[in-house]
Design a protein around this ligand. Sequence first.
Ligand code: ATR
Length: 298
Amino acid sequence: MLGGRAVRRLAVIGARPAGHSMTPVMWNSLFAKLGMNARFEAWQAITEDNLHFMLKQIREDSDFVGCNITIPWKEEVARAVDEIHGTAAAVESVNTVKRLPGGKLAGFNTDGWGAVKALENSGVELSGVRVVVGGAGGASRSIVYELARTGAKVSVFNRTVERAKELAAVVNKALGKKVVAAGGLDKINFALKKAGVFINTTSLGSPGDLQNQAILSDAQVKLTPKTCAFMDVVYNPRETTLLKTAHTSGRRAVHGVEMLVMQAAKGFEHFFGKKLSQESISVMHDAVVKALAERQAR
Ligand code: ATR
């Protein structure tokens, strides 16, 4: 640093190799556009010890603004922060950590907000609409909570039915009414026939062994009404196996990139206390789409 303030630092922490994440590309293109002296890095935490060491580094260095948390550490970080707010507190899952003066950490969760905004921005109606969610892991929690808050009629289906039931119970308790139903993945067909929206919250469809997999078979996608909109939390590849099937069978597909960008837009508000303009959000979006296309071309 020469004169002025040191570069403001942020990081995304997850167990996958750092190079897999689009988060640094997305944020660094935003910082460049806004002329901000800030840098977003990707850190790989394979063990709990790695994770806690990284959180300690953030606590001890006032150059840090905070961090994002991704698979599989969202629940562990909900226990590690000093303060927990809003959705993160309700579902005990944190994707955004803001470093407070003195080194305390505050936890938030912007995933669900991002999912709701991504759907709304794509013209998908949610209030009173039946939303079927596949998967009840970490990514599902804040999405189910925010959807239910928006007035959607949510049913969660999971391979391990107990996990879906536990999630529904947590959200129903937090909202003080029974708005979320739960079931085993083997019982999903009946719900699909009435679905207005289907969301995959599992990592099926991600690069590697899971890339050619989808939580629903082609036949199951076709059980949904033609008007059903599909969204995938997996954003790499941009068009997952599930979204490809939805698309080719005439259903609307909302890419995971839309949610990634919107959860980051809300994250910016927590980190920097300001709202992003639509133009800035587009810069982030275009940077991710470009980087994904380049990766696929390789
Ligand atoms: P995270 O919490 O980080 O999202 P996770 O806890 O492993 O990761 O959750 C992943 C989700 O994907 C779970 O809903 C998981 O179902 P189970 O709870 O039954 O494990 C789901 N999942 C993973 N592989 C799956 C598969 N092959 N078929 C169906 N669901 C799968």
